[in-house]
Write a protein that binds this ligand. Structure first.
Ligand code: CAA
Length: 290
């Protein structure tokens, strides 16, 4: 199916990046947020990212301006009715997502494909809240979306081959590598990443070394771009906690269970960079305090 108009629901951490890369690839994009202030915040992120790309010489200024102009916004779900693909990137709340999908299902033509950016929910369950479970899949992006090359294309037991084919084409056109995987908790990356990050927290609990030392060791010893504590603060401790619980609920493997320190930090509101404090502390611009 030829895609021209892509809907994105949610203009937050992931949604703004998805909307931006789709617009940069030439798609007409319409983003739905619940309130104008979230639209303004999303555009602030898009502008900062495009600015970085222009300054780094990766994108021409005129090209950035054209891409920015391709992003329309709305607070109305019904404004997404002409999209051939709708990507949902809202809060990880099952009831909210199901309500949204029911609404979208009622207004979008039968051929429109729905894709969820969820990192923790069962795609088949979300698909079952619509009358198009064959035109429903997961499209899992990585943060920062503008830089990370991978998209997991998640095939639910109901997803058709045609839908997977269209999503493969879309993923390639936005300059990403799509890897198709099963609808199973954590998909590929989080299934491996979550136990690794939990192991780092347990090492800290056991006094193996400080967060700075563990980060330095992993960066230099494994060649990872970020150490585990920098990454935990970057993706959010609340996200790690939620994803750990989802994996543990399904498989009951001890390495997937959230470590006590993670739970306590989340309950204390230390969610990482976005809350100003996680394993490190951050200023209002999100820069790490020395
Ligand atoms: N928009 C545009 N460009 C960006 C950007 C953004 N939001 N963020 C970074 N960049 C660019 C920078 O401008 C820079 O490019 P130039 O050199 O051309 O200016 C380049 O990326 C590198 O950035 P930095 O120099 O600031 O720093 P860095 O080299 O450490 O790279 C990073 C930053 C890309 C984030 C890198 O540290 C990294 O890859 N970290 C690991 C991130 C990761 O693992 N993400 C997955 C998290 S898991 C997840 O998302 C899934 C889930 O379900 C939880």
């Amino acid at each position: 199916m030829a895609l021209q108009r892509v809907g994105v629901v949610g203009f937050g951490l992931m949604g703004h990046g998805i909307a931006q890369v789709a617009a940069q690839a030439g798609y007409q994009v319409i983003v739905r947020e619940t309130e104008q202030r979230f639209i303004d915040a999303g555009f602030k992120r898009v502008d900062a990212s495009l600015d970085r790309m222009v300054k780094g010489g990766r994108v021409a200024e005129a090209e950035a301006k054209t891409a920015r102009g391709r992003i329309e916004t709305t607070t109305e779900v019904k404004a997404l009715r002409d999209c051939q693909l709708v990507i949902e990137a809202i809060t990880e709340d099952l009831a909210l997502k199901k309500t949204l999908y029911r609404e979208l299902d009622a207004i979008c033509p039968p051929a429109t494909i729905f894709a969820s950016n969820t990192s923790s929910m069962t795609i088949a369950e979300l698909a079952a809240s619509t009358k198009r479970p064959d035109r429903f899949a997961g499209l899992h992006f990585f943060n920062p979306v503008q830089v990370m090359k991978l998209v997991e294309i998640v095939r639910a037991i109901t997803t058709s081959d045609e839908t997977i084919g269209t999503l493969r084409e879309f993923t390639a056109k936005i300059g990403k590598t799509g890897v198709v995987c099963k609808d199973t908790p954590g998909f590929i990356v989080n299934r491996l990443l979550i136990p690794y990050l939990n192991a780092a927290i347990r090492a800290l609990e056991e006094g193996v070394a400080t967060p700075e030392e563990i980060d330095e060791a992993v960066k230099l010893g494994l060649g990872y771009p970020m150490g585990p504590f920098t990454l935990l603060d970057y993706v959010g401790l609340d996200t790690q906690y939620h994803a750990s619980n989802v994996l543990y609920d399904e498989f009951k493997r001890p390495d997937q269970a959230p470590p006590p320190l993670l739970k306590r930090m989340v309950l204390a509101g230390h969610h990482g960079r976005k809350s100003g404090r996680g394993f490190y502390q951050y200023d209002e611009k999100g820069e790490r305090k020395k």
